[in-house]
Design a binder for this molecule. Sequence first.
Ligand code: RNT
Ligand code: ZN
Length: 430
Amino acid sequence: MQQPSDRAVHAAYELAQDRYATLGVETEVALARLAQVAISLHCWQGDDVGGFENPGGDLSGGIAATGNYPGKARSAAELRADLDVAYRLIPGTHRLNLHAIYAETGGAKVERNALGPAHFAAWVDWARANGHGLDFNPTCFSHPLAADGFTLAHKDPAVRQFWVEHCIAARQIGAHFGQTLGTPCVTNIWVPDGYKDTPADRLAPRERLRDSLDAVLASPIDPAHNRDAVEAKLFGLGVESYTVGSHEFYMGYAVSRPGTLLCLDAGHFHPTEVISDKISALLLYVPELLLHVSRGVRWDSDHVVTLTDELQAIMQELVRGDFLGRTHIGLDFFDASINRVAAWVIGTRNTLRALLMALLEPADLLREREVAGDYTARLAILEELKSLPFGAVWDAHCLRQGVPVGMAFLDEIRRYERTGTRGRGDAGIR
Ligand code: RNT
Ligand code: ZN
């Protein structure tokens, strides 16, 4: 698809700049801020949350990637090559969020509680060479010891101990990432533990999860290297009736364990419940948040991020509350029915676009009208903003950052389908 000429992008930007200036908004300030924000792309979109520990193994834990689009990455090297393409199509410099199942063990069987930094050496080399910070997650699913649906809250102390050791190993790997790359790693713990049907005892598993987490987090790590986050969830597939790590569980946990970050996944709440309204409340009580920017659709929590009202509301909260410095923005979706690199690019570009829209608000004016009790003007301005030319500012950002403007990014993805991912043992190109 044809990319607009540089001249057209510049001309549209200048008109947009004037238009925003009428509301007192400086587009250059917004773009300078936008360029500083690093989004953590989730590695698991590239291979349907498979990992390379057990090729062809089943995904468990109440999550599912559906679809059979060809070209799935089959090795860490292929996944890195796919990520390189995605990062080239996204303006800015961004992070990568790894899961423990993406370890490279050279074909050796390494138990998850025995993983160490050495198993991620190639990831670290690649991250350093490309300016990506790294984030990390223990993988408490897709494993024989998670097969009955419990990990850190398991009733068998030996099973619990295995997962405690895995999570401790994950924190140490995270600390190594942070120390080596000079940017703190956020290590996020999510466990799928729960019951399909109504439990007789909702308390005991929660006591066990609390105690396991305390064991995991017992030794402090320099926050310059690693920060720990915990992620709640309402329910999963086959875990519909009871999730041990509910929102209340983890909110209480993070607040009562100083320094622990809370992870809010946008798809982990009731269908009409939104995380945008939780951000300002939680940041009164926890030092930092991790976001899993995602999109829930009915029972699925992980659709590709689109430019929804809620995505805009999340970014508005981060900007209006001056929370960007206390929020780690990560992505979490997986779709195997479309090109996987395109999924990353579309979801990340949308996240950045929503952030730009938030940065283009006349924040002082809105606040001033609100304090004055002039809710009429507040509403009028918020509605007017929806049709201001933010797209022209976004196009200029893409041009300046050296990434495709508009739909031209899809041409790059098609080219990569023809040259890069062809012949990965599946049906070929669609
Ligand atoms: C699952 C959680 C969790 C996972 C990843 C793979 O519902 O959102 O964050 O998606 O850890
Ligand atoms: Zn998540």
